[in-house]
Design a protein around this ligand. Structure first.
Ligand code: BV8
Length: 248
């Protein structure tokens, strides 16, 4: 079985997608039975869709919040947390996932590129995004309490990056700084993503420009497979513990 063969100066940058949460029971987006099935993506994951039908969008995200009850991290999440514990600031995890499972597994050096499912923000005032696990009832349009106190009705929205919206500010810059600091000791590991969404799917190319060793772990070949040195096919929860040398 492969292993990343880490040295005392290896820096590991990881990008994860929905596939790493699949073994925890969280549906992916584009697999059979996935989240996008039966949904027009732009209707539920774009600012235009939210403006046109906020009830539909809140139903989509409320269902996903409700679906997270009882969901636990799996061996794949735990393996990445164990590697971070070993490497410290020579490890950085960028995730496209909004499910919070990396932090639940103990990862701390996590950049949530596409936001967080259990966080809401106001569409009008400058209130900071806030933790919100409420799976709003069907037909309820959540309003901002602070705006209401000022006599205004303003919608809350999920603190999620939708298509056409900029990803989490500073996240890509932080990933680039990490790659700069790694120099020739950079290993890039992509796990559980179809690699169809940018700018996340472009990270491997930036790593390649820095002569990184690039690994992909995925059930199927990702769309950007050509950019990788090693494409390991399989389930993240089974492969990562051994690949990262952290055991089950
Ligand atoms: C932006 C909402 C600009 C969150 C999502 C080039 C550069 C920049 C942008 C673009 C570009 N080209 C096109 C664009 C526009 C667009 C884009 O990429 N479109 C694509 C579809 C062509 N990008 C954007 O709009 C981004 N914004 O760039 O804005 C800008 C700049 C400045 C100012 C203003 C604007 C925003 C992208 C974020 C969009 N939000 N969803 C949510 O609801 O969760 S994207 C959505 O797809 C999710 O966030 C998800 O994270 C993401 C990727 O999906 P995956 O995670 O890969 O999941 P998927 O189901 O596809 O695949 C799962 C994989 O796992 C499969 O391969 C499967 O085989 C595998 N698997 C399954 N089980 C396992 C497994 N692998 C291992 N083990 C298992 N057990």
């Amino acid at each position: 079985m492969d292993s990343l063969s880490l040295t005392a100066s290896s820096h590991v940058l990881v990008l994860t997608g929905a596939g790493i949460s699949a073994e925890s029971g969280v549906p992916t987006f584009r697999d059979a039975g996935g989240l996008w099935e039966g949904h027009d993506v732009t209707a539920v994951a774009s600012p235009e869709g939210f403006a046109a039908d906020p009830l539909l969008v809140w139903r989509f995200y409320a269902q996903r919040r409700a679906g997270m009850v009882g969901i636990e991290p799996n061996a794949g999440h735990r393996a990445l947390a164990a590697l971070e514990a070993r490497l410290g600031d020579r490890f950085l995890l960028v995730t496209q996932n909004v499910d919070g499972l990396h932090r639940a597994a103990g990862s701390e050096r996590v950049l949530e590129l596409h936001g967080n499912l259990m966080t809401s923000r106001c569409t009008a005032c400058d209130r900071e995004p806030f933790a919100d696990r409420t799976a709003y009832r069907e037909g309820v349009l959540p309003l901002c309490g602070r705006c209401q106190a000022r006599g205004r009705d303003a919608l809350l929205r999920p603190h999620i990056v939708w298509f056409g919206e900029a990803v989490a500010p500073g996240a890509l810059a932080a990933a680039s700084r990490f790659m700069d600091a790694a120099g020739r000791d950079l290993i890039f590991l992509q796990v559980g993503t179809s690699a169809l969404v940018y700018p996340a799917a472009g990270l491997v190319e930036e790593a390649g420009r820095r002569q990184a060793v690039r690994w992909s772990v995925n059930v199927e070949r990702p769309a950007n497979a050509r950019h990788f040195d090693r494409v390991v096919l399989g389930r993240a929860g089974e492969i990562l513990p051994e690949l990262l040398g952290v055991g089950p």
